[in-house]
Design a binder for this molecule. Structure first.
Ligand code: NAD
Length: 253
């Protein structure tokens, strides 16, 4: 029997990149998967492919930073599947901006998507998990500071450090209800976000990759499946005594 048979997994930002790989992996592990993204067409495309492979999957549009969107998302999941057993907070945006150039809306947008988005989803997911005394939450953040030590990431670092603090505190709050709350801080995973970063820094992606690889201990870029595999482990019973941990998955110490 697949290890997540019967479980419902909600993955945010599942339309592409790391979130897509996580959704595909959890479906292969036997979960019924809800793919949430602010861009419904991307999420729908992935859900469609999963259904054609006879996996149980639906796509739902929600901007995780919007309180009402997340309320509607959870109502829809309850209607279709009954409740969320596994939540992966992956939706995120990246900000590369020096502090002296920051406008209020820059800070508002990164903290809203990265941090508030994660908290919005945990708030609604935990109710069902507490009732059934079983749940798995994985929050995706980012190593602080980043592997290449860019000097334009103070806002991004603050928003991600907040997620890691929230993960550890929530693990204490939800531990008595048999809910594991862990984090993954990936870096240098070859996705659209990474390509956007290279562009923002005025670099060709191949040059960006070369510099990154030279500084990564394992001498290769990461792949979205490198993160999906760790999520699969953290939500499995093999990891049932791990909670409140943030695992850095970045090819080096
Ligand atoms: P990506 O930009 O390729 O994909 C992000 C997905 O999230 C997109 O489908 C996007 O539409 C969705 N999304 C963005 N804002 C949203 C919102 N408000 N509501 C719902 N969906 C939203 O990014 P990725 O590289 O796959 O990154 C995934 C996660 O990993 C992010 O949280 C990111 O901060 C983190 N991360 C990635 C890297 C990396 O090397 N790629 C490094 C550090 C951290």
């Amino acid at each position: 029997m697949p290890k997540l048979d019967g479980k419902v997994a909600l993955v945010t930002g599942a339309g592409r990149g790391i979130g897509k790989a996580i959704a595909v992996r959890l479906a292969a592990d036997g979960a019924r998967v809800v793919l949430c993204d602010k861009d419904l067409a991307f999420a729908e495309h992935v859900a469609d492919k999963l259904r054609k492979t006879r996996y149980d999957a639906i796509a739902v549009r929600a901007d995780v930073s919007v309180w009402q969107d997340v309320e509607t998302l959870f109502i829809e999941v309850s209607r279709v599947f009954g409740g969320v057993d596994i939540l992966v907070n992956n939706a995120g945006i990246r900000q590369d901006i020096s502090l002296h150039k920051v406008a209020e809306q820059d800070w508002d947008s990164i903290i809203s998507v990265q941090t508030k988005g994660c908290i919005n989803c945990c708030r609604l997911a935990q109710a069902h998990m507490v009732t059934q005394k079983w749940g798995k939450i994985v929050n995706i953040s980012s190593p602080v500071p980043a592997v290449l030590g860019e000097k334009t990431q103070s806002l991004y670092a603050a928003a991600n450090a907040a997620i890691d603090g929230f993960t550890k505190a929530l693990a204490l709050e939800l531990g008595p209800f048999n809910i594991n709350v862990n984090g993954i801080a990936p870096d240098y995973i070859d996705t659209e976000m990474l390509r956007d970063t290279a562009k923002q820094q005025g670099m060709y992606i191949d040059d960006f990759r070369k510099i990154a690889v030279s500084q990564i201990a394992l001498k290769r870029m990461g792949d979205s499946d490198d993160i999906a595999g760790v999520v699969s482990f953290l939500v499995s019973e093999d990891a049932s005594f791990i909670t409140g941990q943030v695992i850095q998955v970045k090819g080096g110490p």
